[in-house]
Write a protein that binds this ligand. Structure first.
Ligand SMILES: Cc1cc2nc3c(=O)[nH]c(=O)nc-3n(C[C@H](O)[C@H](O)[C@H](O)COP(=O)(O)O)c2cc1C
Length: 198
C-alpha cells in the first residue's frame, strides 16, 4: 500500500476542500493517505483582517516527515502567478532532505487555485515542478484521460499539469463537481503510480 501525503496551504478554504478531494481519490486507489498543511506565515491580525479560514483541522506537517511517504501531492493557491510563499517557505527548509537524497524516486504532484481563469494556475504548477525535480521526484499531473478538463461548456479549472479551481475575485465560487472530480482523479493517479514504484 502506497503512503501518500497531501500537503496543502489554504488561506480561504478552496485548496483545503480540493486537498480532501485529492485524498479521497488516493484512498479510492488503495493508498494510506495523510492530509497535512504547512504553517501560516502572515501575522495573526493580518490573517484575521483578511478573513482567512482559521478553523482548519489538518495537522501542521514537519519538514522531515516528507521522507516517510511514497508520494507527496502539494496544493497551494496562486500568488501573483506563482505559488503561495507559505508553501515555498516550507520547501525552502528541505535542504537537508535534498542533501541526503531522501525524496529521490518518490512521486510529486501539484494542484492549485486562483481567483481568475487566466490568473496563473499553469505558471503556479509548472513553477513548482523544478523543486520536485531537484529532489529527484517523479512528477505526475492530471492526464487528459480525465476528460472533465476538456470542453468549454462551463467555467472550470483543470489542466494536464494538475487539478485546479477558480475562486472568483471575492472567493465566493467554491470548487465545482468537475473540479473536485479532477482532484480525486489526480489523487488516484498518483496513488497508483506510487504503488507501482514502491
Ligand atoms: C496576495 C495575493 C495574490 C494573488 N495573486 C493572484 C494571481 O496572481 N492570480 C489570481 O488569479 N489570483 C490571485 N490571488 C487569489 C488567490 O489565488 C486565491 O485567493 C486562492 O487561490 C484561494 O485559495 P484558498 O481559498 O485555498 O486560499 C491572489 C491572492 C492574494 C491574497
Amino acid at each position: 500500500m502506497a503512503k501518500v501525503l497531501v500537503l496543502y496551504y489554504s488561506s480561504y478554504g478552496h485548496i483545503e476542500t480540493m486537498a480532501y478531494a485529492v485524498a479521497e481519490g488516493a484512498k479510492s486507489a488503495g493508498a494510506d493517505v495523510t492530509v497535512k498543511r504547512v504553517p501560516e506565515l502572515v501575522p495573526e491580525d493580518v490573517a484575521r483582517n483578511s478573513h482567512f479560514k482559521l478553523d482548519q483541522k489538518a495537522e501542521i506537517a514537519k519538514v522531515d516527515e516528507l521522507a516517510d511517504y511514497d508520494a507527496i501531492i502539494i496544493g497551494a493557491g496562486t500568488r501573483f502567478g506563482t505559488v503561495a510563499s507559505q508553501m515555498r517557505n516550507f520547501w525552502d527548509q528541505t535542504g537537508g532532505l535534498w542533501f541526503n537524497g531522501k525524496l529521490v524516486g518518490k512521486v510529486g504532484s501539484v494542484f492549485t487555485s486562483s481567483a481568475t481563469q487566466h490568473g496563473g494556475q499553469e505558471s503556479t504548477i509548472l513553477g513548482f515542478i523544478p523543486t520536485l525535480l531537484h529532489h529527484g521526484m517523479v512528477v505526475a499531473g492530471l492526464p487528459y484521460a480525465f476528460q472533465g478538463q476538456s470542453g468549454v461548456e462551463a467555467v472550470k479549472g483543470g489542466s494536464p499539469y494538475g487539478a485546479s479551481t477558480i475562486t472568483d475575485g471575492d472567493g465566493s465560487r467554491q470548487p465545482s463537481e468537475v473540479e473536485l472530480e479532477g482532484a480525486r482523479y489526480q489523487g488516484a493517479h498518483v496513488a497508483r503510480i506510487a504503488a507501482k514504484l514502491a
